[in-house]
Design a protein around this ligand. Structure first.
Ligand code: MRU
Length: 356
Protein backbone atom coordinates (compact mmCIF):
# COMPACT_ATOMS: atom_id res chain seq x y z
CA UNK A 1 0.00 0.00 0.00
CA UNK A 2 1.01 3.62 -0.26
CA UNK A 3 2.86 6.06 1.96
CA UNK A 4 3.15 9.51 0.40
CA UNK A 5 2.14 8.00 -2.91
CA UNK A 6 4.91 5.36 -2.88
CA UNK A 7 4.12 1.61 -2.68
CA UNK A 8 5.65 -0.30 0.24
CA UNK A 9 5.52 -3.69 1.86
CA UNK A 10 6.12 -3.73 5.62
CA UNK A 11 9.25 -5.91 5.54
CA UNK A 12 11.84 -6.81 2.92
CA UNK A 13 15.42 -8.12 2.55
CA UNK A 14 18.12 -6.14 0.80
CA UNK A 15 21.92 -6.61 0.76
CA UNK A 16 21.99 -9.00 3.73
CA UNK A 17 19.82 -6.67 5.82
CA UNK A 18 16.13 -6.95 6.79
CA UNK A 19 14.29 -3.65 6.35
CA UNK A 20 11.25 -2.69 8.41
CA UNK A 21 9.10 0.40 8.88
CA UNK A 22 9.58 1.45 12.53
CA UNK A 23 5.97 1.52 13.76
CA UNK A 24 6.86 3.05 17.14
CA UNK A 25 7.56 6.33 15.32
CA UNK A 26 4.38 6.47 13.22
CA UNK A 27 2.45 8.61 12.44
CA UNK A 28 4.91 11.40 13.29
CA UNK A 29 8.03 10.06 11.59
CA UNK A 30 8.43 7.58 8.74
CA UNK A 31 11.65 5.68 9.41
CA UNK A 32 12.94 2.59 7.63
CA UNK A 33 15.07 0.61 10.02
CA UNK A 34 17.72 -2.08 9.42
CA UNK A 35 17.69 -5.39 11.28
CA UNK A 36 21.21 -6.81 11.10
CA UNK A 37 21.03 -9.73 13.51
CA UNK A 38 18.53 -12.15 15.04
CA UNK A 39 18.84 -10.11 18.26
CA UNK A 40 17.64 -7.06 16.31
CA UNK A 41 14.64 -9.05 15.03
CA UNK A 42 13.74 -10.27 18.54
CA UNK A 43 14.03 -6.74 19.91
CA UNK A 44 11.93 -5.25 17.07
CA UNK A 45 9.13 -7.72 17.90
CA UNK A 46 9.40 -7.16 21.68
CA UNK A 47 9.32 -3.36 21.57
CA UNK A 48 6.75 -3.41 18.77
CA UNK A 49 8.71 -1.68 16.03
CA UNK A 50 6.88 -4.38 14.10
CA UNK A 51 3.55 -5.68 15.38
CA UNK A 52 0.35 -7.32 14.17
CA UNK A 53 0.10 -11.12 14.04
CA UNK A 54 1.09 -11.76 10.39
CA UNK A 55 3.93 -9.22 10.44
CA UNK A 56 5.52 -10.56 13.61
CA UNK A 57 5.38 -14.02 11.99
CA UNK A 58 7.17 -12.67 8.90
CA UNK A 59 9.74 -10.83 11.06
CA UNK A 60 10.44 -14.04 12.97
CA UNK A 61 10.93 -15.86 9.64
CA UNK A 62 13.47 -13.23 8.59
CA UNK A 63 14.94 -13.49 12.12
CA UNK A 64 15.82 -17.10 11.28
CA UNK A 65 17.44 -15.87 8.05
CA UNK A 66 19.54 -13.42 10.06
CA UNK A 67 20.49 -16.17 12.54
CA UNK A 68 21.64 -18.43 9.68
CA UNK A 69 23.59 -15.55 8.17
CA UNK A 70 25.34 -14.88 11.49
CA UNK A 71 26.21 -18.43 12.39
CA UNK A 72 24.90 -21.51 10.61
CA UNK A 73 25.66 -23.76 13.56
CA UNK A 74 22.51 -25.83 14.33
CA UNK A 75 22.65 -25.11 18.07
CA UNK A 76 22.68 -21.34 17.47
CA UNK A 77 19.80 -21.55 15.01
CA UNK A 78 17.68 -23.68 17.39
CA UNK A 79 18.35 -21.30 20.29
CA UNK A 80 17.45 -18.33 18.10
CA UNK A 81 14.20 -20.06 17.05
CA UNK A 82 13.25 -20.56 20.73
CA UNK A 83 13.98 -16.93 21.57
CA UNK A 84 12.00 -15.67 18.59
CA UNK A 85 8.97 -17.75 19.63
CA UNK A 86 9.16 -16.30 23.14
CA UNK A 87 9.44 -12.67 21.99
CA UNK A 88 5.64 -12.17 22.12
CA UNK A 89 3.30 -14.86 23.44
CA UNK A 90 -0.20 -14.34 22.03
CA UNK A 91 -0.11 -14.23 18.22
CA UNK A 92 0.12 -17.81 16.96
CA UNK A 93 1.64 -16.62 13.66
CA UNK A 94 4.97 -16.21 15.40
CA UNK A 95 5.33 -19.89 16.30
CA UNK A 96 3.70 -20.92 13.03
CA UNK A 97 6.32 -19.03 10.99
CA UNK A 98 9.31 -20.20 13.05
CA UNK A 99 8.13 -23.84 12.93
CA UNK A 100 7.68 -23.58 9.16
CA UNK A 101 11.18 -22.16 8.73
CA UNK A 102 12.78 -24.79 10.97
CA UNK A 103 10.97 -27.64 9.23
CA UNK A 104 12.40 -26.46 5.92
CA UNK A 105 15.92 -26.17 7.30
CA UNK A 106 15.93 -29.64 8.83
CA UNK A 107 18.62 -31.86 7.23
CA UNK A 108 19.78 -29.14 4.84
CA UNK A 109 23.54 -28.92 4.45
CA UNK A 110 25.44 -25.78 5.33
CA UNK A 111 26.17 -24.44 1.85
CA UNK A 112 22.45 -24.36 0.96
CA UNK A 113 20.94 -23.34 4.27
CA UNK A 114 20.94 -19.55 3.75
CA UNK A 115 19.38 -19.77 0.27
CA UNK A 116 16.65 -22.09 1.56
CA UNK A 117 15.94 -19.89 4.59
CA UNK A 118 15.72 -16.80 2.38
CA UNK A 119 13.42 -18.52 -0.10
CA UNK A 120 11.06 -19.70 2.67
CA UNK A 121 10.93 -16.32 4.44
CA UNK A 122 10.07 -14.63 1.14
CA UNK A 123 7.44 -17.28 0.46
CA UNK A 124 5.83 -16.63 3.88
CA UNK A 125 5.61 -12.93 2.97
CA UNK A 126 4.33 -13.50 -0.58
CA UNK A 127 1.74 -15.97 0.69
CA UNK A 128 0.54 -13.57 3.38
CA UNK A 129 0.17 -10.80 0.82
CA UNK A 130 -1.88 -13.08 -1.46
CA UNK A 131 -4.00 -14.39 1.44
CA UNK A 132 -4.74 -10.87 2.66
CA UNK A 133 -5.68 -9.78 -0.85
CA UNK A 134 -8.08 -12.73 -1.04
CA UNK A 135 -9.58 -11.82 2.36
CA UNK A 136 -10.36 -8.45 0.78
CA UNK A 137 -11.94 -9.96 -2.31
CA UNK A 138 -14.05 -12.31 -0.14
CA UNK A 139 -15.04 -9.62 2.36
CA UNK A 140 -15.96 -7.14 -0.36
CA UNK A 141 -19.26 -8.96 -0.95
CA UNK A 142 -20.36 -8.17 2.63
CA UNK A 143 -19.73 -4.44 2.21
CA UNK A 144 -21.29 -4.50 -1.26
CA UNK A 145 -24.45 -6.15 0.08
CA UNK A 146 -24.85 -3.47 2.77
CA UNK A 147 -24.26 -0.74 0.18
CA UNK A 148 -26.79 -2.22 -2.26
CA UNK A 149 -29.46 -2.14 0.47
CA UNK A 150 -28.51 1.21 1.96
CA UNK A 151 -27.47 3.10 -1.19
CA UNK A 152 -25.40 5.34 1.04
CA UNK A 153 -21.98 5.44 2.73
CA UNK A 154 -21.20 2.22 4.60
CA UNK A 155 -20.00 2.98 8.15
CA UNK A 156 -17.53 0.40 9.40
CA UNK A 157 -16.03 0.23 12.90
CA UNK A 158 -12.61 -1.33 13.44
CA UNK A 159 -10.42 -1.86 16.49
CA UNK A 160 -6.62 -1.71 16.79
CA UNK A 161 -4.63 -1.95 13.56
CA UNK A 162 -5.40 -4.98 11.44
CA UNK A 163 -4.35 -2.95 8.44
CA UNK A 164 -1.54 -3.43 5.96
CA UNK A 165 0.96 -2.27 8.60
CA UNK A 166 0.05 -5.37 10.64
CA UNK A 167 0.61 -7.71 7.69
CA UNK A 168 2.84 -7.65 4.60
CA UNK A 169 0.31 -5.75 2.52
CA UNK A 170 -3.48 -5.13 2.34
CA UNK A 171 -4.17 -5.97 6.00
CA UNK A 172 -6.86 -8.35 7.17
CA UNK A 173 -9.73 -6.20 8.54
CA UNK A 174 -8.83 -3.35 6.18
CA UNK A 175 -8.46 -5.47 3.05
CA UNK A 176 -12.24 -5.61 2.26
CA UNK A 177 -12.31 -1.85 2.96
CA UNK A 178 -9.53 -1.20 0.43
CA UNK A 179 -11.32 -3.41 -2.13
CA UNK A 180 -14.62 -1.57 -1.58
CA UNK A 181 -12.88 1.81 -1.94
CA UNK A 182 -11.18 0.63 -5.15
CA UNK A 183 -14.60 -0.35 -6.50
CA UNK A 184 -16.04 3.08 -5.76
CA UNK A 185 -18.27 2.02 -2.85
CA UNK A 186 -18.41 4.95 -0.39
CA UNK A 187 -17.10 3.84 3.00
CA UNK A 188 -16.39 5.68 6.23
CA UNK A 189 -14.37 4.06 8.99
CA UNK A 190 -14.83 4.59 12.73
CA UNK A 191 -11.33 3.99 14.06
CA UNK A 192 -11.12 2.94 17.73
CA UNK A 193 -8.20 4.82 19.23
CA UNK A 194 -7.09 1.53 20.94
CA UNK A 195 -5.49 2.48 24.22
CA UNK A 196 -2.93 2.10 25.54
CA UNK A 197 -0.65 2.07 22.48
CA UNK A 198 -3.16 3.76 20.18
CA UNK A 199 -2.62 1.49 17.18
CA UNK A 200 -5.99 2.62 15.80
CA UNK A 201 -5.21 6.33 15.94
CA UNK A 202 -1.51 6.08 15.13
CA UNK A 203 -1.57 3.36 12.49
CA UNK A 204 -5.06 2.59 11.14
CA UNK A 205 -6.11 6.20 10.70
CA UNK A 206 -2.65 7.02 9.26
CA UNK A 207 -2.77 4.26 6.66
CA UNK A 208 -6.38 5.04 5.70
CA UNK A 209 -5.41 8.71 5.26
CA UNK A 210 -2.56 7.70 2.97
CA UNK A 211 -5.08 5.77 0.84
CA UNK A 212 -7.56 8.66 1.05
CA UNK A 213 -10.28 6.65 2.81
CA UNK A 214 -12.58 8.78 5.01
CA UNK A 215 -12.15 7.89 8.67
CA UNK A 216 -12.81 9.29 12.12
CA UNK A 217 -10.88 8.39 15.28
CA UNK A 218 -13.08 7.72 18.32
CA UNK A 219 -12.24 7.02 21.96
CA UNK A 220 -12.52 3.30 22.63
CA UNK A 221 -15.72 3.69 24.62
CA UNK A 222 -17.61 5.55 21.89
CA UNK A 223 -18.54 2.55 19.70
CA UNK A 224 -21.48 1.58 21.93
CA UNK A 225 -23.43 4.80 21.55
CA UNK A 226 -22.66 4.95 17.82
CA UNK A 227 -24.17 1.49 17.44
CA UNK A 228 -27.23 2.49 19.50
CA UNK A 229 -27.70 5.47 17.19
CA UNK A 230 -27.52 3.29 14.06
CA UNK A 231 -24.27 4.88 12.93
CA UNK A 232 -22.36 1.61 12.50
CA UNK A 233 -23.35 -0.78 9.67
CA UNK A 234 -20.76 -3.41 10.52
CA UNK A 235 -17.69 -4.07 12.65
CA UNK A 236 -14.61 -5.77 11.31
CA UNK A 237 -11.50 -6.66 13.30
CA UNK A 238 -8.41 -8.84 12.99
CA UNK A 239 -7.19 -11.56 15.33
CA UNK A 240 -3.97 -12.82 16.90
CA UNK A 241 -5.23 -16.35 17.43
CA UNK A 242 -8.52 -17.94 16.46
CA UNK A 243 -9.35 -21.34 17.90
CA UNK A 244 -10.81 -24.12 15.77
CA UNK A 245 -14.15 -23.58 17.58
CA UNK A 246 -14.25 -19.96 16.34
CA UNK A 247 -13.29 -18.18 19.58
CA UNK A 248 -11.26 -15.10 18.70
CA UNK A 249 -8.35 -13.64 20.64
CA UNK A 250 -7.58 -10.06 19.61
CA UNK A 251 -6.49 -6.67 20.96
CA UNK A 252 -7.88 -5.77 24.38
CA UNK A 253 -11.31 -4.18 24.00
CA UNK A 254 -12.43 -6.32 21.05
CA UNK A 255 -14.71 -8.37 23.31
CA UNK A 256 -16.55 -5.29 24.61
CA UNK A 257 -17.10 -4.10 21.05
CA UNK A 258 -18.49 -7.50 20.10
CA UNK A 259 -20.90 -7.37 23.06
CA UNK A 260 -22.14 -3.92 22.03
CA UNK A 261 -22.50 -5.11 18.43
CA UNK A 262 -24.50 -8.16 19.57
CA UNK A 263 -26.83 -6.02 21.70
CA UNK A 264 -27.46 -3.66 18.78
CA UNK A 265 -27.69 -6.32 16.05
CA UNK A 266 -24.68 -4.90 14.24
CA UNK A 267 -22.82 -7.68 12.36
CA UNK A 268 -19.38 -8.37 13.81
CA UNK A 269 -16.82 -9.86 11.40
CA UNK A 270 -13.32 -11.17 12.05
CA UNK A 271 -10.83 -11.29 9.18
CA UNK A 272 -7.88 -13.69 9.28
CA UNK A 273 -5.41 -15.65 7.22
CA UNK A 274 -5.23 -19.38 8.05
CA UNK A 275 -1.80 -18.82 9.68
CA UNK A 276 -3.74 -17.28 12.61
CA UNK A 277 -5.76 -20.42 13.35
CA UNK A 278 -4.64 -22.43 16.36
CA UNK A 279 -5.79 -26.00 15.63
CA UNK A 280 -4.37 -27.35 18.90
CA UNK A 281 -5.72 -25.36 21.85
CA UNK A 282 -9.33 -26.32 22.52
CA UNK A 283 -10.12 -23.99 25.40
CA UNK A 284 -9.65 -20.21 25.07
CA UNK A 285 -8.56 -20.05 28.73
CA UNK A 286 -5.31 -21.74 27.63
CA UNK A 287 -4.36 -18.92 25.25
CA UNK A 288 -1.35 -17.06 26.68
CA UNK A 289 -2.50 -13.46 27.15
CA UNK A 290 0.37 -11.01 27.00
CA UNK A 291 0.72 -8.60 29.90
CA UNK A 292 2.87 -5.64 28.87
CA UNK A 293 4.71 -2.99 30.85
CA UNK A 294 2.26 -0.77 32.76
CA UNK A 295 4.30 2.24 31.53
CA UNK A 296 2.41 1.85 28.24
CA UNK A 297 -0.64 3.03 30.20
CA UNK A 298 0.88 5.60 32.51
CA UNK A 299 3.07 7.27 29.88
CA UNK A 300 2.24 8.44 26.39
CA UNK A 301 4.26 9.56 23.35
CA UNK A 302 3.51 12.90 21.76
CA UNK A 303 5.16 15.50 19.59
CA UNK A 304 6.58 18.66 21.19
CA UNK A 305 6.65 22.12 19.62
CA UNK A 306 9.99 21.31 17.95
CA UNK A 307 8.42 18.32 16.21
CA UNK A 308 10.34 15.81 18.36
CA UNK A 309 8.68 12.72 19.83
CA UNK A 310 8.60 12.93 23.63
CA UNK A 311 7.23 10.62 26.30
CA UNK A 312 4.93 12.09 28.97
CA UNK A 313 3.66 10.76 32.31
CA UNK A 314 -0.14 11.07 32.43
CA UNK A 315 -1.08 9.14 35.62
CA UNK A 316 -0.54 9.98 39.29
CA UNK A 317 3.04 8.94 40.10
CA UNK A 318 1.91 6.64 42.95
CA UNK A 319 -0.90 4.81 41.08
CA UNK A 320 -0.56 1.20 40.04
CA UNK A 321 -1.78 0.21 36.58
CA UNK A 322 -2.17 -3.08 34.73
CA UNK A 323 -1.82 -3.70 31.02
CA UNK A 324 -3.37 -6.86 29.54
CA UNK A 325 -2.87 -6.68 25.77
CA UNK A 326 -5.52 -9.09 24.43
CA UNK A 327 -8.96 -10.48 25.21
CA UNK A 328 -11.19 -13.26 23.94
CA UNK A 329 -14.42 -12.88 22.02
CA UNK A 330 -16.47 -16.07 22.21
CA UNK A 331 -17.52 -17.47 18.82
CA UNK A 332 -21.21 -16.81 19.59
CA UNK A 333 -20.60 -13.06 19.15
CA UNK A 334 -18.82 -13.42 15.80
CA UNK A 335 -21.16 -13.13 12.80
CA UNK A 336 -18.71 -14.72 10.33
CA UNK A 337 -15.00 -15.29 9.82
CA UNK A 338 -13.52 -13.92 6.60
CA UNK A 339 -10.53 -15.96 5.41
CA UNK A 340 -8.43 -16.31 2.27
CA UNK A 341 -10.54 -19.33 1.32
CA UNK A 342 -13.94 -17.76 1.85
CA UNK A 343 -16.40 -16.71 4.53
CA UNK A 344 -17.50 -19.18 7.18
CA UNK A 345 -19.30 -19.54 10.49
CA UNK A 346 -17.14 -19.05 13.57
CA UNK A 347 -17.45 -22.71 14.49
CA UNK A 348 -15.66 -26.03 14.22
CA UNK A 349 -17.80 -27.05 11.20
CA UNK A 350 -17.41 -23.66 9.55
CA UNK A 351 -13.62 -23.75 9.73
CA UNK A 352 -13.39 -27.46 8.90
CA UNK A 353 -15.47 -26.99 5.74
CA UNK A 354 -13.02 -24.38 4.47
CA UNK A 355 -9.78 -25.93 5.72
CA UNK A 356 -10.17 -29.68 5.34
O1 MRU B 1 -0.34 -5.64 19.96
P1 MRU B 1 -0.48 -5.60 18.47
O2 MRU B 1 -0.45 -4.23 17.89
O3 MRU B 1 0.51 -6.53 17.80
O4 MRU B 1 -1.93 -6.19 18.22
C1 MRU B 1 -2.40 -6.33 16.91
C2 MRU B 1 -3.80 -6.80 16.85
O5 MRU B 1 -4.44 -7.02 17.85
C3 MRU B 1 -4.35 -7.06 15.49
O6 MRU B 1 -5.74 -6.88 15.49
C4 MRU B 1 -4.06 -8.51 15.09
O7 MRU B 1 -2.70 -8.78 15.23
C5 MRU B 1 -4.48 -8.81 13.72
S1 MRU B 1 -3.37 -8.12 12.55
C6 MRU B 1 -3.89 -8.41 10.99
Amino acid sequence: MKIQGKEYRTIWYENKVVKIIDQTKLPHQFIIKDLNSVKDAINAIKIMEVRGAPLIGATAAYGIVLAVQENNNKEFINKSADELIKSRPTAINLKWAVDRMMKNLLNVNNDLILDIALKEAKEICDEDEKFCENIGINGLEIIEEIYNKKKNTVNILTHCNAGWLATINWGTATSPIYQAHKKGIPVHIWVDETRPRNQGANLTSYELNEEEIPNTIIADNTGGILMQRGDVDMCIVGTDRTLSNGDVCNKIGTYLKALAAHDNKVPFYVALPSSTIDWNIKDAKEIPIEERDSKELSNIDGVNSRGEIENFLIYPKKSKSMNLAFDITPAKYVTKLITEKGICDASTEGLKNLFK
